[in-house]
Design a protein around this ligand. Structure first.
Ligand code: F0G
Length: 460
């Protein structure tokens, strides 16, 4: 008999969560300008804003914290971390950074600039912002199934390799400094990329002499999807699959705040000697000496241990199952979600959830606010707030393809009863969806506006 998949840990330290009333949350929302990023974490009951930097560390990781070598140069902790990261990725140079976007910033400072074009399956918002900040342009070349929220397919994160080939020819290979693949594809629904697709993407890039970089923050979840879904990988260990994934890449940017199970950290992996010298020079100016790169020695210890724990199959089985369980229960209740469930999050399909709210009135933001008001659950809009734009000439609103609300599940933090509570709240919001109202932006920043924008509720 198939038994319930249980959390593969017992709990040694607990952190209380604070209960508030619906009335209290109504006024908290108003004060926050209806932007969940502006709500104090103490006022949140279940925080599904992100799976980034929110993991619970293990006893071994906490033990590593005590063992951190805080020497400025040549710290023991760096060499432990470097050894683990090299073994997994095979890259010649491992350059620690304080988080993923710091690795992106260094890479794109070196390779970006006006006239340059960067393709990806789907860029995450910080990657896109770093590309655009350098004066270059970012392009998403997701496969067609990935763009259809209700299509069921095994690897909806795949790059459209034919489109990539056309893209490189159109732009000219000399204008494409690198090809990126984000595993799993966060902005596209946490959907995995197949090994075949990684290999094919590499082949196209190599044909034009362009390096392939992985945006690797959810590498272990991606590898486990490959093990479960891709022919030929069932009997391989997760570690072997991870090593094969990285073997096709010439470098990576990594936010260790996801699959490396730490609260802060990242790195840049490189093979190219010149690029590595230049990257370390920028690192010294912006992050720190190459053996700590913006981190404490103890962070490097925790990261080394986390990179190892992320490969544990009991952990990955529970991890993917708990996200899938949330998706299954919502689907059974008729709630439209991006199918199939991704690795780190469930994405509500706001277009079908609240079809009476047009994209320019931010249907996702409306659902996000109601989930908080009703249940104290914090989620995030990934749709017109995050990616909507105005046409430079006409000023007309351009909506992104998808309007989503992400319920990101922190790693090893919430139990199944927390997830059951989330399911009950989402279903209640869905059943009362006719009462959801549209929003307007009353204040916004030029870049990454979703973090700080303030909203007003539209009355009809
Ligand atoms: N790439 C991807 C695919 C990401 O999901 C993130 C962060 C980054 C890069 C940047 O890493 O935060 O360490 O600087 N994603 C978080 C999220 C913020 O909520 O999805 P970072």
């Amino acid at each position: 008999m198939m038994k319930t998949i249980i959390e593969p840990f017992k709990i040694k330290t607990v952190e209380p969560i604070r209960f508030t009333t619906v009335d209290e949350r109504t006024s908290i929302l108003q004060d926050a300008g209806y932007n969940p990023f502006m709500i104090r974490a103490d006022d949140v009951l279940i925080d599904l804003l992100t799976d980034s930097g929110t993991s619970a560390m293990s006893a071994e990781q906490w033990a590593g914290i005590m063992q951190g070598d805080e020497s400025y140069a040549g710290a023991r902790s760096f060499f432990r971390f470097e050894k683990v990261a090299k073994e997994l990725t095979g890259f010649t140079y491992i350059i620690p950074t304080h988080q993923g976007r710091a690795a992106e910033k260094i890479l794109l400072t070196l390779l970006g600039g006006p006239g340059k074009c960067f393709p990806n399956n789907t860029h995450f918002d910080t990657t896109r912002a770093n590309i655009e900040f350098s004066g270059a342009e970012a392009f998403d070349l997701l496969n067609p199934a990935g763009k259809d929220p209700s299509a069921i397919a095994d690897f909806k994160g795949n790059m459209d390799v034919e489109a990539l080939d056309r893209f490189i020819r159109e732009k000219g290979p000399s204008n494409v400094p690198l090809v990126m693949l984000t595993v799993t594809n966060n902005a596209g629904g946490g959907q995995p990329v197949s090994m075949l697709n990684i290999r094919q993407t590499k082949e196209v890039a190599a044909k034009y002499g362009i390096p392939l970089f992985l945006d690797a923050c959810r590498f272990a979840e991606n590898a486990f999807f490959i093990k479960k879904r891709e022919p030929g990988y069932r009997d391989k260990s997760v570690k072997e699959i991870v090593q094969e994934m990285f073997s096709y890449a010439d470098g990576c940017t990594m936010s260790a705040k996801k699959d490396a199970l730490v609260n802060m950290g990242g790195f840049l992996g490189l093979n190219d000697d010149t690029l590595a010298v230049n990257a370390r020079n920028i690192l010294i100016v912006t992050e720190g000496f190459p053996t700590y790169g913006g981190l404490a020695g103890r962070d490097l210890e925790a990261m080394a241990q986390g990179l190892t724990e992320a490969l544990d199959e009991h952990y990955l089985t529970y991890r993917l199952r708990s996200v899938e369980y949330l998706g299954e229960k919502l689907t059974q209740a008729g709630v439209p979600i991006l199918q199939p469930p991704g690795g780190h999050a469930i994405y509500l399909d706001a277009k079908r959830f609240a079809p009476h709210i047009p994209p320019q009135q931010f249907p996702g933001q409306s659902i996000v606010c109601e989930l908080y008001r009703l249940g104290g659950i914090r989620s995030v809009e990934i749709g017109s707030v995050m990616f909507g734009k105005s046409d430079k000439l006409t000023g007309k609103f351009i909506a992104p393809a998808l309007e989503l609300v992400r319920l990101a599940i922190p790693r090893r933090v919430y139990t199944q009863s927390h997830i059951d509570y989330v399911i009950e709240c989402v279903i209640e919001v869905y059943n009362n969806r006719a009462s959801l109202r549209g929003f307007k932006i009353v204040l916004e920043a030029a870049l990454l506006r979703h973090f700080t924008a303030r909203f007003g509720v539209l009355q009809e």
